[in-house]
Design a binder for this molecule. Sequence first.
Ligand code: ADP
Length: 632
Amino acid sequence: MKSFKFAAVALMTMAALSAQAAADGVYRGQAMGHNDIVVVDVTVKGDKIADVKIVKSLETPAVSELPKKVIPEMIVENQSVKIDRISGATFSSFAIVGAVRDALAKAGLDLAKFQQGPSHKYLFTVPAQSKADVVIVGGGGAGVSAAVSAARSGARVILIEKMSFLGGNTVLAGGALNASDPALEGLQKMSAGQRAMVDGLLAEEPRNELHRALIASCKAKWDAHIAKTPDVLFDCEELHALQTWKAGDYAANLELVDKLSKLAPNTVKQLASMGFDWNDFSSQYVGAIWPRSHDAKYFTSGQGYIDTYRATIEKEKLPVTIYYQTKAQSLIMKDGRAVGVEAIGPDGKPVKVEATKGVVLAAGGFGANVEMRMKYDTQWDGKLNKNIGTTNSPAITGDGIVMAEKAGAKLIDMGYIQLLPVTDPQNGTVSGVCQGTAIYVNTDGRRFVNEMDRRDVLSRAALAQKGGVFYRMCTVQNSRVKPDGMTTMGQSIDTLIKAGKVVRGDTVEDLAKKTGIDAAILRDTFAKFNDFCRKQTVDPEFGRPSCAPNIPMYEGPFYAELRTPSVHHTMGGVAIDTDTRVIGADGKVIPGLYAAGEVTGGIHGTNRVGGNAISDCLSFGYVAGANAAAMK
Ligand code: ADP
């Protein structure tokens, strides 16, 4: 009996001790985020959370910036791990909270103590009523570009953003910007296949006067180039326009295409003048048709564009106010003119913003809206249901298109929806380690398409393979993994391999074994591809026009990554003219209303050229901002 009593007291003391007392100190915890493990150091003092420091996070910068800043503060301030996710940053938010919980458990603290009471939510404060010269809906590439240009033109700007951060799809994409740049592209050689492509375009029967003029002007430049430097890669604005229009089956408004190709080189220069560092080479993104894709030297994905415009706003002290967590609902119209926006603020209450000069719609497309995809799609036979992934941010639900239509805007090309052929089959994201146009091999080990073809052609070909998947393969040397082991999308190669998303094989045989492909077939596939690369002719199997630098599979080690198509871009949207003025269903301009970026239609036709979306949203965004600011 005595001994039992003693034991019970001892147990109680131990329980009481473990319930309250953790040794003061720093405890490390971790949890899986969207891209990789998030690691935190939690300082515990007197059973309280004294500090939370994020030690490692490879989460997408734009998305994770706010959670990284505010969630640790909220945890310490409230002594609670009951923190609501920040919308659009679910994985990043949960990973930080999860890592803190892990650290607290390691410290031996009672987690229940830190989960009492209501959960805590981070809310921005937005006034119920306000006024600006220009109101912009959406803070992706088009929105921030428009904000800078409107403010530089002297306008006071309010930008309404549904999420807690800027960036939209612009920061989730690969980040390439197509612009003709003869000097930069002239560093590359031109293959026979590429020459034939230009000859083919110039021999086309003109479909209208502008087409005729573009062909004539391109031909004059081409003839001069061929006479002097026939082996050097050629480009000009007219070629960019001709290729874009053809790749969209001539369905786009050629005037808009022409304007895009003329604006794009200037957008490259303008960003450089804002401090953006470009790579000193151009490449050819998936479906880009020609190696005129420019991308950032230091930034991953499209993040650099958003950061650069944001830094410009700060540096030039531009009068731009951002209303985060504010969802635009409708346009305020007065006598047929757009004069403001009605929205729902962070606390769920109405927000009204008046625009004395103009409203710019920059709310993106509708790739993440399954209902709208199913309603409008005319290209994919009802396949764009919830079972297919999307590269899009969950915010991209066509709100701007719906608002514009209600205000009388004309919608065009709504049936044209693009699938990106090279996304992660598990989550539809744009990620990966091989270049876009690297060799595509089906699960039987055979090539099945010209990897430099249009995105719709690639996606159809991919969907026709077993399980709708294929491997994109490349050599380690020519991959997008940098010497520090990080990909150009900011992911760690070790994590990707551990997660089974990427396979590394030292030899063809090793790669075949790890992918379950017959080694003899894979060896034969590589041999044929390499033969074409060495000869630099037209690919005899699938008509690929050039091997492109760095694509051959001469020597291992190799990477292979399973890929599948996912919904990426919606080509249709609000009709605009070349000044980005929104056109009404009656064909007349709607005064005070401008639109730019993926919310618009008419620029890409049936199929968007890879790398043209960034050129489109940044270039037309700038035009829209300036024009809205100039409105009387
Ligand atoms: P674009 O490339 O055309 O700029 P993005 O997809 O990059 O398009 O950006 C669109 C932005 O618009 C995103 O940041 C998204 O969160 C925002 N957005 C979408 N719908 C609304 C809405 N109803 N109110 C405010 N912002 C919105």
